[in-house]
Design a protein around this ligand. Structure first.
Ligand SMILES: Cc1cc2nc3c(=O)[nH]c(=O)nc-3n(C[C@H](O)[C@H](O)[C@H](O)COP(=O)(O)O)c2cc1C
Ligand code: SF4
Length: 445
């Protein structure tokens, strides 16, 4: 495996390396031409919403809610910075629909008692961005629930890969059908609150192995309406979409972030080949997208892998523990996979993932992907933490490497230490002390 840290200076160099690795990357080599492509507004098919340009910010949790689950001081700071930075659409981070669904005690949780904070944040984001759409991600953390900062896993079936990794005993109870049947009500409730708060839509989160995503691979859940067939494995997902869609109209949409390929062996993961899980088999992903489209979903944010099991798939990196593949393989997997799905679903608008590793060359590759019909929008996660106004610079053809995310993983490390997170490197004044403090506490404890 050829592991190298990022040393590319042109799109052509990236493309040459991609070819050496046996793949290909689209690109528009001239930054000004790329900026022109990315600057065009992107209407979201079949809805009244339009992204102001083709650069989106992905959902990125900050673990910084107020005690009541509403946005805290650092939440406001993050979204002020994001929404003033020129992106065309914002995907607001994972927000729990129930207290037990939170991944930590400071994960956002929307309810009647804290709606004012969400109203203020949506208003500020619209003001700052000149009305760019803001979609709230609704989540149930399932296996990763940790509402009181100790694990309280709510699992939908026993998965040996995940059980081993997280020390879950085979006797641990599995969520009942009765519990799962009640959940769409809470997605509906959260969608109504998000609409009242002024968001432009909600995302029924189905990725990264949280509850709805885990159910997509519940092949072995027996004697249940939620396991076995694809119809059963998508039951909670589709019921939650239906429930939230009660509020859908011209100015409020139901979208989704879908993990189309977990890159885990069958029957423990979704979207991979049954014989070789390292190759995609999008047969079921296509059927899921067909089902979503028939329910009215028109905006899909595509992601892959799990940050807990295969972070190199989920967010390609080149600093820290050596990844098992060249980071460009992860980038190509996501860009190529999104393209394959988009081509088969022309009635849906797609947001792709996997661009941060490419640093300031990302807009060149992103513009190539848009030009070649591989995506409609390019989403950025870690880049937004490090360089919240990257979009303004990218749209001027002037993105700067010295401001980019270096893919060091320290923001994720903060999450793993169950601490407020942000960019430790480029926003060091705010987050380096938090990081040092968390490391010291870990060392002591
Ligand atoms: C600190 C951190 C928080 C994240 N929070 C979320 C989240 O709330 N919801 C989600 O779907 N993905 C979340 N992600 C994943 C990102 O949205 C994105 O998919 C991933 O970072 C890959 O994109 P990138 O290469 O542009 O960073 C998070 C990632 C990081 C590093
Ligand atoms: S902490 Fe590291 S990985 Fe996270 S945004 Fe900053 S530079 Fe990127």
């Amino acid at each position: 495996m050829a592991y190298d840290t990022f040393h590319y200076n042109t799109a052509e160099e990236l493309q040459a390396r991609a070819a050496e690795l046996g793949g290909s990357l689209p690109a528009v080599p001239d930054p000004k031409q790329a900026a022109e492509i990315l600057s065009a507004p992107v209407p979201i098919h079949g809805t009244g919403l339009t992204a102001k340009n083709a650069l989106a910010i992905h959902p990125m949790e900050g673990f910084d809610s107020a005690p009541d689950g509403g946005p805290g001081e650092l939440t406001f700071r993050r979204y002020e910075r994001f929404s003033s930075g020129g992106a065309g659409l914002f995907w607001f981070e994972a927000t729990a629909v129930l207290p037990e669904a939170r991944s930590n005690s400071r994960q956002l949780w929307i309810h009647e008692g804290n709606l004012d904070g969400y109203k203020r944040i949506a208003e500020r984001m619209h003001e700052n961005s000149g009305g760019a759409p803001v979609i709230m991600q609704l989540t149930h953390s399932g296996r990763f629930s940790r509402p009181h900062d100790v694990p309280e896993p709510l699992i939908s079936y026993h998965n040996p890969v995940m059980n081993t990794k997280f020390n879950i005993d085979p006797s641990h109870p599995v969520l009942t059908d009765e519990y799962l049947e009640r959940l769409p009500f809470w997605f509906e409730k959260a969608a109504s609150l998000a609409k009242r708060a002024g968001f432009d839509g909600v995302d029924i989160k189905a990725c990264h192995r949280y509850l709805i995503s885990e159910l997509l691979s519940a092949y072995t859940r027996e004697n249940s309406r939620y396991g076995g067939s694809l119809e059963n494995r998508t039951r909670l997902y589709f019921d939650a979409v239906r429930a939230a869609s009660v509020f859908a109209d011209e100015r409020f949409i139901v979208a989704t972030r879908l993990g189309v390929w977990d890159v885990l062996p069958y029957p423990w993961g979704f979207g991979g080949g049954r014989e070789n899980y390292l190759e995609p088999d999008f047969t079921e992903a296509h059927r899921v997208l067909d089902g979503l489209e028939s329910l009215g979903v028109r905006l899909v944010n595509v992601t892959m892998g799990s940050p807990y099991i295969n972070p190199h798939v989920n967010r390609p990196y080149d600093i820290g523990a050596e990844p098992p593949e060249h980071p460009l393989c992860g980038v190509m997997r996501m860009i190529g996979g999104t393209g394959e799905l988009k081509k088969a679903h022309p009635g849906m608008t797609f947001i792709g993932t996997g661009y941060t590793y490419l640093r300031e060359l990302a807009p060149l590759v992103g513009a190539g992907a848009v030009r070649d019909g591989l995506t409609d929008l390019c989403g950025f996660g870690r880049t937004a933490f490090a360089y919240p106004d990257f979009a303004r610079d990218a749209l001027a053809g002037e993105m700067q490497r010295r401001k980019c995310c270096i893919t060091c993983g320290k923001c994720t490390e903060l999450m793993r230490m169950f601490t407020t997170t942000g960019c430790v490197v480029r926003d060091a004044g705010r987050y380096l002390p938090i990081y040092r403090d968390a490391v010291a506490r870990r060392g002591n404890g």
